[in-house]
Design a protein. Structure first.
Length: 735
């Protein structure tokens, strides 16, 4: 038999089968040989004779078209012969090699036949065809894999967090006896199993010859046969991990044509043989622990589940699609989607609209020169505590098709982007993806964004705009995808939003990161009797109805429906701006820039949030997201108008906030500001500087209010009497 892993069929039941649980030791039985022969015949018939439609033979065609590997659907095998899938599932290591042999033999016959028709002479070479299995069954949870699954076919899904380098794995080892120079070939077990080398040489010594000693064999690497092999690390999908648990990992072994097809961050559903191997230097491999083995999965089929395929039409029934289209055709789609966004939160209508846009996203574009423009929308919520910012983040985590939730204080740059780790057994470096890589094709929710160390925030600059993460560590230089939206929540430096401070003081983030957010909302806790009363009654209602299972079921049903609708829209619809909408947007952008310039001239201070070309692109993305909600392929003027309105009530208002606080000053406050100015001038001579904190503390000891001192400093700064240095921490007196 040809093929790379048929070695599994020749083992005896003793120690040999310990390697990875796939040693099958019944080759001596005549019954088994007969079974194998009949199964081989059935597999050949299946490849040759399975018809998808009348006179359409998919597997035969596929083999001729691509002789390297053959994807086989378990449902097709079941339709052809219901005994075969059961055999494949219960003893895959036994029957898969037979399937591969059958494919090789069928390919040889087909080639000879084709060659005979064209009159060419073809040398029949046994084909090494790799069989890749797929199935429509549901994957099992990684947590439920136990000893009962060993040597069986399993299907699990997860996210790749690491990939090793490619290695050469021997399928046959050629040995030479160092005494009599006779050679023998020993099959190696597939996956991470090794070869069993016989203890003694079978050569019968001639009279006068020395008998061969024990263990006389030397491996001849050049004459052995090899295949490519790679190990991957699969982690549970973030959304499947129970709260408070660490995500589980599973080692995967892939070979031949599956090698180097997967990069970290890819979501996979794999079929494989649940196997065991002896870990070389694990804690369990101390003396006496002969019976303890590490589990791993030898992969025999891979499906990628990134946005491109599993979220495609295959996962939606025709009824679903009809329902979605009917919903999209209704006149007030936008309103009804926004009403489904975080229904437990009262008010904040514009924030809900922005979150809806973020969930649907704009269109990703690839330009002819290779430049990629992001379609994902980034939103920052900045403001007072207790304004439901984290609630929005939690809602998005539950509703987005792919989401990772993290808190700023507990996240490092490596945890958000990627880290290079050294494998304890092989001592080689490999790459592990962080939150932004794991959320590829989805959303990252970052709470407490202001509590992050500034160097960790800088690490996500590239991920937010270019949507890639470049790594150059320990000799590994690579680029990972992080096509993800960012929803961040932050508090101002003083904990609350202070109307007496400038926008710069309240939004204490660098302009480099601010310009990467499409929408920046300042969420204030406004004290108004009528509104407080409505909010209080709303919250009490939410708490009162929380226990009712009926309400819970309805809410989760709505959430689930919204999740599926978002999935459908993201895979089916890629809107573009219409010409009239483009012209309208162009004119508006020029006007916005003009207004900001004028404002800067009036106040003598640059805006806290720069309005750049990125903000123009933000409005384009918002317009596309609004069109996508209605499953429309064209973003109209109406969409652009709403996008500009959202941009104005969020980012533009944030940029203007806190600037005009000199208006309507009462005579008392004006007098206090004058006194503060005098004291400031006394403490700093012209040409000298002082720490802002120290100045405020000194004046506070004299009984001056901090906000009054800050106002005085702002007025002096606008008159160009003082200047801020070192990120506004030091004040320098100019005049």
């Amino acid at each position: 038999m040809s093929g790379w892993d048929e070695g599994g069929i020749y083992y005896s039941d003793q120690a040999q089968s310990l390697g990875d649980g796939t040693g099958i030791g019944r080759s001596g039985d005549a019954d088994d040989k007969a079974t194998h022969h009949s199964v081989l015949r059935k597999f050949k018939e299946f490849i040759r004779g399975f018809e998808a439609d009348k006179n359409v033979f998919p597997y035969r065609e596929s083999l001729l078209h691509n002789p390297k590997f053959l994807r086989v659907d378990m449902e097709d095998v079941n339709a052809f012969d219901s005994d075969l899938p059961a055999k494949l599932r219960s003893a895959p290591a036994d029957f898969l090699p037979l399937f591969e042999t059958a494919a090789g033999e069928v390919l040889m016959n087909l080639k000879t036949k084709v060659a005979g028709e064209t009159g060419e002479m073809v040398e029949p070479v046994p084909g090494d065809v790799q069989i890749l299995l797929t199935s429509k069954e549901d994957p099992v949870s990684m947590r439920s894999l136990g000893a009962q699954y060993i040597s069986k076919l399993v299907k699990i899904s997860g996210i790749t967090i690491a990939a090793s380098r490619t290695k050469a794995k021997a399928t046959y080892v050629t040995l030479i006896c160092k005494n009599c120079r006779s050679t023998t070939r020993v099959p190696c077990r597939p996956g991470l199993g090794g070869a069993i080398v016989p203890r003694s040489c079978t050569h019968v010594p001639q009279p006068g010859e020395e008998p061969c000693p024990l263990d006389p064999w030397i491996v001849v690497p050049d004459k052995s046969m090899y295949v490519d092999q790679q190990t991957l690390k699969l982690q549970e999908n973030p959304e499947d991990v129970p709260t408070g648990e660490l995500p589980r990992n599973m080692l995967l072994s892939v070979d031949r044509h599956l090698v180097q097809t997967i990069v970290p961050g890819t979501r996979l559903t794999i079929m494989g043989i649940y196997s065991i191997y002896q870990a070389s230097n694990s804690s369990t491999s101390h003396k006496g622990a002969v019976a303890i083995r590490q589990p791993y999965i030898r992969v025999v089929g891979i499906e990628e589940c990134n946005e491109t395929n599993s979220r495609g039409p295959a996962s939606f029934t025709t009824e679903d699609i009809e329902e979605f289209k009917k919903f999209a055709a209704e006149p007030d789609v936008y309103k009804s989607i926004c009403s489904k966004i975080a229904p437990s939160i009262f008010g904040h209508d514009d924030v809900k609209k922005a979150v809806a846009c973020l969930l649907f996203g704009g269109s990703r574009k690839n330009l002819p020169d290779g430049v990629k423009l992001r379609g994902d929308i980034n939103v920052l919520l900045l403001g007072d505590p207790s304004t439901a910012k984290s609630q929005f983040l939690k809602f998005v985590e539950k509703t987005a098709p792919v989401a990772v939730y993290t808190s700023g204080k507990g996240s490092s740059a490596a945890g958000l982007t990627a880290s290079v780790i050294r494998d304890s057994s092989s001592r080689e470096f490999y790459l592990e993806g962080g939150a932004m890589v794991l959320a590829d094709g989805g959303v990252v929710c970052i709470d407490e964004f202001d509590k992050m160390r500034s160097e960790d925030r800088v690490a996500i600059h590239e991920a937010m705009e270019q949507q890639t993460i470049s790594i150059a560590k320990a000799g590994i230089t690579t680029v990972l995808n992080s096509r993800t939206s960012v929803l961040a929540a932050a508090n101002p430096p003083s904990g609350r939003y202070d109307d007496l401070k400038t926008a710069q003081d309240n939004i204490d983030l660098q302009t480099t990161i601010l310009s990467r957010f499409d929408l920046i909302f300042i969420v204030k806790d406004i004290r108004m009797y009528s509104q407080d009363k409505i909010i209080a009654s709303h919250i009490i209602k939410v708490h009162a109805s929380a226990g009712a299972t009926l309400g819970e079921n309805r809410a989760s049903k709505e959430e689930n429906w919204l999740k599926r609708y978002i999935q459908y829209c993201r895979t089916q619809c890629y809107p573009r701006l219409s010409e009239s909408a483009s012209t309208m947007l162009q004119n508006n952008y020029v006007k916005i820039r003009q207004d900001m310039r004028q404002q800067a001239n009036e106040t003598g201070e640059a805006a806290a949030i720069p309005i750049t070309v990125r903000q123009l692109e933000a409005i384009v993305r918002l317009s596309e997201a609004l069109a996508k909600m209605k499953l429309s392929h064209v973003a109209t003027e109406e969409n652009v108008q709403e996008a500009i309105r959202l941009f104005t009530v969020s980012t533009m208002d944030a940029a203007r906030s806190g600037i005009h606080q000199q208006v309507n000053l009462t005579p008392e406050i004006a007098n206090e500001i004058k006194q503060a100015e005098t004291q400031i001038k006394r403490r700093i001579g012209i040409g000298n500087h002082i720490s802002e904190r120290r100045l405020i503390d000194e004046l506070a000891k004299m009984g001056m209010n901090e906000s009054i001192v800050r106002r005085a400093l702002i007025i002096m700064h606008q008159r160009d009497e003082v200047e801020y240095k070192r990120e506004r921490r030091v004040i320098f007196r100019k005049a």
